[in-house]
Design a protein around this ligand. Structure first.
Ligand SMILES: Cc1cc2nc3c(=O)[nH]c(=O)nc-3n(C[C@H](O)[C@H](O)[C@H](O)COP(=O)(O)OP(=O)(O)OC[C@H]3O[C@@H](n4cnc5c(N)ncnc54)[C@H](O)[C@@H]3O)c2cc1C
Length: 208
């Protein structure tokens, strides 16, 4: 049985994301135009912090981030797509034949030899049934009805920083399930590199 592991790639993001946010923040209280702003590093940090502290969250909507996500289960992707201000594209089970379906194994099952045996046997049966249906010329879009929540999926997801903050607030939290937390953590680490004054541990208390 093939086993999946979450991978995240930051495909693209708004250039100079922190300058864009700071410019929007400054413009909201500045009588002149943006060409006169000349914001330096310290201004950018101050304006970002001010926006967070005041809850002036619309300024974070001007920057967006696109991720490719692989190795998550359909259970996790179902939770992910509940975030309505993301834009999603997901690998289609209607058009992609899963010759060797990959399954995500929850740690609680992986670390319990008896549970793992039951899980692996169930997945093997499912894989066999899926392939038998395909060999009977049942189309992929119908054969997939036997596939489980554990089936690995791939997607591309785009969101602005405001929605990302909300996603991180909910999905880095200990109440969220382990898999989407793992995904959120990897996404958070990536945006922390390109927008470190917005996405850092200290700021999570401001996210809503
Ligand atoms: C720990 C946990 C357990 C969960 N358990 C369940 C469960 O058992 N069953 C279940 O169905 N879901 C469950 N969910 C999913 C949850 O209900 C939300 O659908 C999901 O977290 C997306 O959050 P959101 O709606 O705030 O976010 P987004 O869709 O990202 O929206 C962002 C924000 O925009 C605003 N907004 C968006 N759309 C509207 C709207 N139509 N009207 C008003 N305001 C809007 C809200 O302020 C919202 O918070 C769970 C989530 C978590 C984190």
């Amino acid at each position: 049985m093939q086993k999946g592991e979450v991978s995240v790639y930051l495909l693209s993001y708004t250039p100079d994301p922190e300058l864009v946010v700071a410019t929007a923040m400054r413009q909201s209280r500045y009588p002149g135009g943006v060409k006169d702003l000349n914001l330096g590093e310290e201004d950018i940090i101050r304006l970002i912090n001010l926006a967070l502290q005041l809850g002036h969250f619309s300024v974070f909507e001007h920057i967006s981030f696109t991720f490719a996500v692989e190795g998550i289960s359909r259970a996790c992707s179902h939770q992910f797509v509940r975030h309505r201000f993301f834009s999603f594209t997901q690998q289609s089970q209607r058009y992609v034949k899963l010759n060797e379906p990959v399954f995500i194994i929850p740690p609680s099952i992986e670390n319990n030899p008896s549970a793992l045996k039951i899980f692996e046997s169930a997945m093997e049966n499912i894989k066999k049934s899926y392939q038998q249906l395909l060999s009977l010329k049942i189309p992929e879009e119908d054969a997939r009805f036997v596939l489980p929540n554990a089936t690995e999926t791939k997607m591309v997801a785009t969101a602005n920083a405001r929605e990302l903050m909300h996603f991180f607030k909910l999905r880095l939290d200990t109440h969220a399930q382990w898999e989407i937390r793992k995904l959120a953590k990897k996404m958070f680490e990536m945006v922390s590199v390109v927008a470190p004054h917005i996405f850092n541990e200290e700021n999570i208390k401001y996210f809503e």
